[in-house]
Design a protein around this ligand. Structure first.
Ligand code: PLP
Length: 220
């Protein structure tokens, strides 16, 4: 089913939207099945789980870290991670920068904006993002590049609320694009939308969707 699910989603989304196959908790056989169907971008939310999958799977996979980060574990993925989505502290950016430098790499990052009305979601306010991107301590970080923003909407079926949340991030993203462009910042990617809401996210400006259960089935 993984192959069918994947191909159906790929066919249904616009070409300029990137699909991240969220494979957290799933065995490597499932990732291999998606790989064999042509998928090359995988998203995981635990650093050590991602690193052990990286070790055994084909090396042309691009690994995205989509979970909340613990700074002390960044070192386990600094040599291979392709894009880190969920950054909500300048401290984390600094740690990524430090670890990237050790491997002579520039690691692509997305800052996570808080768009959900729920209390539990991580993320920065729009003001905090603007402040970070304008700050000198950010501009000095040479081994990271902020290529966009990421957001998670409220867990709800209320389409008008979801739309409002996605659109608020899209508008903020557009407003920051020109004024933040810098050596280590170029906002090009807007990561929003999961299995339940990716169509709505795309309609409202998403360029990268993170889809797990609609490809791999429900997680335990
Ligand atoms: C698990 C997860 C997803 C995918 O969720 P599905 O509903 O299974 O598509 C997307 N984004 C983040 C940050 C996640 O943790």
């Amino acid at each position: 089913m993984i192959r069918e699910n994947l191909l159906k989603i790929k066919e249904s989304i616009p070409e300029n939207v990137t699909l991240v196959a969220v494979s957290k908790t799933k065995p490597v056989e499932d990732l291999q099945a998606a790989y064999d169907a042509g998928q090359r971008i995988f998203g995981e939310n635990k650093i050590q789980e991602m690193a052990s999958k990286f070790d055994v799977l084909p090396k042309d996979i691009q690994w995205h870290m989509i979970g909340h980060l613990q700074s002390n574990k960044v070192k386990y993925m600094a040599h291979f991670v392709d894009l880190i989505h969920g950054i909500d502290k300048i401290k984390t950016l600094k740690e990524i920068n430090k670890q990237a430098k050790k491997h002579d790499r520039v690691i692509n990052c997305l800052l996570q904006a808080r768009i959900a009305k729920e209390e539990t979601k991580f993320g920065l306010s729009f003001d905090d993002i603007a402040t970070i991107l304008q700050s000198l301590e950010f501009k000095e970080l040479e081994n990271i590049k902020v290529i966009g923003l990421m957001g998670m909407a409220t867990f709800t079926d209320n389409k008008s609320q979801l739309k409002e949340e996605f659109l608020s991030l899209k508008n903020f993203f557009d407003s920051q694009q020109l004024i933040t462009e810098n050596n280590n910042c170029k906002l090009q990617t807007l990561s929003m939308g999961m299995s339940g809401d990716y169509n709505l996210a795309i309609e409202n400006g998403s360029s990268m969707i993170r889809v797990g259960s609609s490809i791999f089935g429900n997680r335990n």
